[in-house]
Write a protein that binds this ligand. Sequence first.
Ligand code: F42
Length: 332
Amino acid sequence: MKFGVEFVPDLKFYELEYYVRVAEESGFEYTWITDHYNNRNVYSMLTILALGTKKIKLGPGVTNPYHINPALTASAIATINEISGGRAVLGIGAGDKVTFERIGISWEKPLTRMKEAVEIIRSLLAGKAVKYDGEIFKFNGSRLGFRAGEIPIYIGAQGPKMLQLAAELGDGVLINASHPKDFEEAKKSIEAGLQKVGKSRDKFDTVAYASMSVDKNRENARNAARIVVAFIVAGSPETVLERHEISNEAVKKVKDALNNAFTKGDWAGVGKAVTEDMLNSFSISGTPEEVVERINQLAKTGVTQVVAGSPIGPDKKKAIQLIGKEIIPKLK
Ligand code: F42
């Protein structure tokens, strides 16, 4: 099992560099940096990380093919690859509808746009002159002016069609989920995609991009995950909530609590609205022993990398070191 760690660049660059170095020293192989317009620029932060670390692989987790042209994505990730001495990975997904609306981007034809963008980026990274007459992107002989090197492309995906596309086009898939039920379901689409292009499963990295919260004190670990899980519950499609048997009234309680928090600042109410079942379904949170057990269950569904996503633990640094000391060695 490989281990990665996610960071949101809502931290100062030196804080982010500090945490990623702790993660590198703790044995994490990947760091994935999220990409939303309202946070610090993902490639600026990856440059800092490329210069400040030696081994850990690094990349956006995930960028998207809407807010910049695929040629710029190819150039940016190839630059990170050069600065980091060949450690770049590209995570790209359909992007986030809510944040796009705020910057006037309409979320049209995400599958088509993703397919075309990934094909174009792959050709540019291979040093080719790209002629591409797509429905969305039209390229007429563009080429990168410097060697990009080998850069794996991972696709962020939840829906069945995007999961299949990820298996067809990607070196891996980043799935925002924490529970074996979700990976059993995803497996069907992934197998279909691998079969369609004749790719073997061991050449493909299935990544559980999970909300994680680890601490020796179980209650502290579980409580630290409550707010993140509330947002996941509020944003989850019906099909996923049904799969986890989360009732409509329980979801409504969480949504009302989040509204209250935004309008009146009552964040404690959000934590109370999140049930134990929600924590189990939408996060990996608890003691190191419990986290190891859950990851072993995920491994049985074909997961090959686990990414420790927000909040990581009540104390980020302690949690990263605890994972390095008591979890990674048991699952390597
Ligand atoms: N999004 C961000 O914006 N920033 C991040 O940092 C970020 C991190 C991240 C990490 C892991 C991860 O898994 C996702 C992450 N995301 C992040 C979210 C990501 O960008 C996507 O929003 C998320 O993966 C959800 O996308 P999805 O895979 O579910 O695909 C969407 C588009 C979807 O609805 N897919 C469905 C499906 O079946 O796959 C339907 C697709 C569809 O619209 N089909 C239509 C049709 O007619 O079939 C249109 C067809 C066409 O041509 O597009």
